[in-house]
Write a protein that binds this ligand. Structure first.
Ligand code: VG1
Ligand code: CO
Length: 567
């Protein structure tokens, strides 16, 4: 077969955000829209394109199949030698990263809008990952964007059609060269890798129980996203967990109407089930499987039966106990990192253990260089993302297994692990308020006026008060970051107000939404008095939350009296 050149028109706004291009499905369905972006992505590979191998897969949402078909046809016409495609088009984001690294491909295309809802009236997304397995850094995504602005045509072979539901290898002669499409088992490589990383025997023992110890009961919720098949293979087949404890494990095109974001609002089902059921531990994952939430029974804290481990605490606890995981026994602990808005709990573990520590802007792409340079073993974000240098994406199932490995190793309950951690390090109270779908102009105006306010010379040293609690402003800025490996710079990554006692208020606009603006307000405050440890974060942080709301005039700017989501 031979390739065809199709004339197209330029679409504005094909600018990848925090994590790829995310838009409504309807936008991707416009004539040539998806083709343009795929062509631009391939084009951006430059010299690497001809003869390269790429991985392709997505989270199973609506439009993944169409997009896979388009990518096969466009890649064939552009001189790609081989595509490795997940069966049914399914690959979790961490699995794509695993496969890129394992087979040393030049990159991969991930079809997902992550935690955004799916279906014909919801969102879709396309993300490019580089040969290190990680999300393309800014210089690559900028290049893609530049190409989309002038693209006049794309190359395609419209009559290729391959059954992606069958594991098989297909070779087609294109313009005189072989073009190979390998449809692979979506879970095999990933599951094998997890078995190398963790101590499956001790996790199995924990979950099965023994003569002197009852089984540790878990509940896993895949939220009808991509992790279902991975969860089934790992927890049921490998670890012997009863399938009644694994819920929503069939990937659905619309996630069964769920909003596959594992936070307290959207994963309420899990939290309620943990509250009412006999479980010691619960976990949920987002649509594409890179986020996780850990939740468990806790009788003591405010009389509640369920509370969740904040991602910032989760990261710190894992950091403190990494040596229990076989992978890190082999590789050693090279360094820790967190994104800027993430609470500083892990910083304290770094100091105590004498481990290198880094802070980067929001988005996993900023961890990549540090890992490639051998500076980083564990990193995380407050947005339920935790991961390590085993791959270059955050990894939800990995995080869950890491917790179980640590629990098995310490022989303690989740609550005792946390309480003991706080006794040693103190507790960073953290909360994030999201105001989704605000008017973009209003949100920009709010950010602008906060910046103007905090830039006033007399703002530093100012005492801000709420109900008798007082905070002294120590430093303010719009966060910028210079990559210590390649010197690249990211600016305007969030407005930070830092206080003398180490507390922080941060405002950012989301870069993953598909319409309007989402304002994120992050509050972090440290306490080392043990009487506060078991208190509710919303209570402890109330003064700072109110100071942040007053100072930003958020309600006046947006007309919102309450956030959409609190975590
Ligand atoms: C959000 C999170 C960020 C995360 C990103 C991608 O970005 O805040 O921490 O890396 O989503 O996660 P933003 O720009 O909306 O705040 V995922 O699971 O959507 O790939
Ligand atoms: Co995700």
């Amino acid at each position: 077969v031979t390739s065809l050149t199709v004339n197209t028109r330029v679409y504005e706004g094909q600018k990848p955000g925090t994590s790829g291009l995310r838009k409504a499905v309807k936008v991707f369905q416009q004539e040539h829209y998806t083709e343009n972006f795929v062509q631009a992505t391939l084009h951006a590979l430059g010299d690497q394109l001809t003869g390269c191998t790429l991985v392709v897969g997505g989270d199973g949402r609506f439009y993944v199949r169409e997009a896979v078909t388009k990518i096969i046809r466009i890649a064939a016409a552009n001189g790609v030698r081989k595509l490795i495609v997940g069966q049914n088009g399914i690959l979790s984001t961490p699995a794509v990263s695993t496969i890129i690294r394992k087979y040393k491909t030049q990159g991969g295309i991930v079809l997902t809008a992550s935690h955004n809802p799916g279906g014909p009236d919801a969102d879709f997304g396309i993300k490019f990952n580089c040969d290190n397995g990680g999300p393309a850094p800014d210089n690559v995504t900028n290049k893609i964007y530049e190409i989309t602005k002038t693209l006049q045509s794309y190359k395609i072979i419209p009559d290729i059609s391959i059954d992606i539901d069958k594991v098989q290898s297909v070779s087609i002669e294109v313009d005189g060269r072989p073009f190979i499409v390998d449809i692979i088992d979506s879970v095999k490589d990933y599951v094998e890798f997890m078995k190398e990383i963790f101590d499956f025997a001790s996790i199995r023992k924990l979950l099965q129980g023994s003569a002197d110890k009852p089984a540790f009961k878990i509940l896993i919720n895949s939220m009808n996203g991509v992790t279902g098949p991975y969860v089934k293979q790992i927890f049921s087949t490998e670890l012997g967990v009863d399938e009644t404890s694994l819920v929503n494990i069939k990937p659905l095109e619309d996630f069964g109407g769920l909003h596959p974001d594992p936070n307290l609002t959207y994963a309420k089902d899990l939290v309620n089930a943990i509250k009412e059921g006999p479980y010691d531990f619960g976990a949920a994952f987002d649509g594409d499987g890179d986020r996780n939430m850990a939740s468990k029974i806790h009788q003591k804290i405010l009389g509640k039966k369920a509370f969740f481990v904040t991602p910032s605490d989760s990261l710190a606890v894992l950091a403190a106990n990494l040596k229990l995981i076989p992978y890190f026994q082999k590789t050693g602990v090279k360094g820790y990192a967190r994104s800027m808005p993430t609470a500083a709990a892990i910083d304290r573990v770094a100091v105590k253990n004498g481990v290198k520590f880094f802070e980067v802007p929001t988005g996993w792409k900023y961890f990549g260089n540090l890992m490639d340079a051998g500076n980083l073993s564990l990193c995380g974000e407050e947005s339920f993302g935790t991961g390590s240098d085993h791959i270059r994406e955050k990894d939800g199932v990995w995080a869950c297994l890491a917790w179980l490995n640590v629990i098995a190793g310490l022989g303690k309950s989740v609550e005792n692990i946390l309480l003991d951690h706080w006794k040693v390090y103190g507790r960073n109270f953290f909360t994030r308020y999201d105001y989704e779908n605000c008017d973009s102009a209003c949100a920009d105006k709010m950010m602008q006026s906060i910046e103007t306010l905090v830039e006033k010379p007399d703002f530093i040293g100012k005492q801000l008060q709420y109900e008798g609690k007082e905070y002294i402003v120590k430093q303010v800025d719009n966060y910028s970051y210079t990559d210590s490996v390649d010197g690249s710079k990211a600016t305007k990554q969030g407005l930070r107000i830092l206080f003398a006692d180490g507390s922080r208020i941060v405002f950012r606009l989301s870069g993953t939404g598909s319409s309007g603006a989402t304002i994120r307000m992050y509050i972090d405050s440290y306490e080392n008095d043990p009487v506060t440890f078991e208190k509710d974060a919303q209570l402890v942080l109330k003064p700072l939350i109110n100071i942040a709301l007053e100072l930003s005039e958020l309600c006046q700017h947006t007309g919102r009296n309450a956030p959409t989501v609190i975590t």
